[in-house]
Design a protein around this ligand. Structure first.
Ligand SMILES: NC(=O)c1ccc[n+]([C@@H]2O[C@H](COP(=O)([O-])OP(=O)(O)OC[C@H]3O[C@@H](n4cnc5c(N)ncnc54)[C@H](O)[C@@H]3O)[C@@H](O)[C@H]2O)c1
Length: 383
């Protein structure tokens, strides 16, 4: 039994996702549990090497968590003798150059989505990683959420019969920043800084639809900037140049229609911040981040349209809950563990930069569809 240390250069850990989900809830959580068992008696011990722009923030963060390695130089971080993996959770426009540098330095790479700002750049990164022979992965966290794992369980069991349609509802009110501080960074609302709903969320919808329901074959999107002016972190008013809502219709293989509304200008009247309803000939289900409810064909009520009478059925009470039947870990951590095992043992890993590029492809086509006002095919991608 031995402990193998693996250095992970972590860029963007002063940000929301980098800090909370990747550093604290994934890498430090793996250390808290004693490392990652590799199945052969050995344990993998991830050693973060923090890199970023602000020495003060990095120093403070490292001290807070008892970490010893940090630097403001990417080259220095990549040259660290322990460094084997580069991880990127920076703002999107900063990602491509850093990933290229890491791949050129021979590091395995793991990155937040979108993997790049254009399909061309995303594919180029995937090719570079392949040619360099490095392991590579893109974050697809939603696939590892309890609600979607339960939905996948239903799909795999054949519960739905023939799947007809999917309707997804994502969003919540993001404050404008004037009388209450915004709960998301302001760059998300500026196209020139990599912001926008389509670029942010269509990569997620791509892997959720592809991975849980069926491959996406076409897209039609209508976008909007509902709130044209917002106030940033410094109290300055700025023009929102990016879409803050996207209404998408996707055709999936097998003639399935998926429709997903995504908005930061909607108030929540749902059980969870994202919900997907899947209707099939044999049954239906509604999955959120954590829960999944279902209704079988045999338990389906027969409503009769009559606006003169109050609803006669308690519709929302007529669904059953899919039981957990297993322990669910944090989705980001679960995917990190798969990637780390892949690097350490060569175990199979599906969610690579080519899969990440498919997300960028859907975002790019979604934005084009919105501009041109028409439905666009989503061609197969290959390297
Ligand atoms: N998987 C998910 O569910 C999910 C959710 C939110 C965001 N994201 C992705 O994670 C990435 C980071 O998003 P976030 O919400 O954590 O952002 P954030 O603004 O909170 O953090 C951004 C990080 O990038 C760094 N950075 C590097 N260059 C910068 C620059 N020029 N300007 C500003 N910051 C710079 C910042 O210091 C910070 O550490 C984005 O690519 C976003 O698409 C993924």
């Amino acid at each position: 039994m031995s402990r193998r240390v693996i250095g992970i250069v972590m860029n963007g850990v002063t940000g929301r996702m980098g800090y909370r989900q990747h550093l604290v809830r994934s890498i430090l959580a793996i250390r808290d549990q004693g490392g990652l068992p590799l199945g052969d008696g050995d344990t993998l011990w991830p050693e973060p090497i923090l890199v970023g722009r602000s020495a003060d923030k990095l120093k403070d963060l490292a001290e807070r968590h008892g970490l010893t390695h940090w630097t403001t130089s990417l080259d220095e971080a990549l040259a660290h003798p322990l460094a084997e993996i580069y991880f990127d959770a920076q703002v999107t426009p900063a990602r491509e150059a850093a990933l290229r540098t890491a791949i050129a330095a021979g590091k395995h790479v793991y990155t937040e989505k979108p993997t790049a700002e254009s399909l061309e750049a995303a594919l180029a990164l995937a090719r570079l990683a392949r040619d360099a022979g490095v392991c590579n992965g893109a974050v697809q966290d939603k696939l590892f959420l309890p609600g979607l794992l339960k939905l996948k369980r239903l799909v795999d069991s054949g519960f739905f019969g023939r799947i007809l349609s999917v309707r997804g509802e994502f969003g919540y009110w993001v404050f404008e920043g004037d009388w209450q501080q915004a709960q998301r960074p302001s760059w998300n609302y500026r196209a020139e800084d990599g912001g926008g709903m389509v670029l942010d969320m269509f990569p997620h919808w791509r892997y959720v639809l592809d991975g849980v329901i069926a491959p996406v074959r076409s897209v039609y999107a209508h976008t909007a900037t509902h709130i044209p002016e917002r106030t940033d972190e410094h109290g300055r008013v700025y023009r929102a140049t990016a879409d803050d809502a996207a209404y998408g219709v996707f055709e999936l293989e097998g003639g399935i229609t998926a429709q997903i509304n995504s908005s930061w200008a909607v108030r929540v009247d749902r059980d969870e911040l994202v919900e997907f309803q899947v209707d099939g000939t044999e049954g239906s289900a509604v999955a959120g981040l954590r829960e999944c409810r279902f209704q079988h064909r045999a338990a389906t009520p027969k409503p009769v349209w009559n606006p003169d009478l109050p609803a006669t059925e308690p519709f929302r009470a007529q669904w059953q809950r899919v039981p957990d039947n297993e322990e669910f870990d944090n989705g980001f951590k679960a995917q990190w563990e798969l990637f780390l095992r892949h690097v350490a043992t060569g175990s199979p890993y599906h969610w690579d930069l080519l899969e990440g590029a498919k997300g960028v492809q859907l975002a790019e086509l979604g934005l084009r569809s919105a501009r041109e006002g028409r439905r666009l095919d989503v061609p197969e991608l290959s390297l």
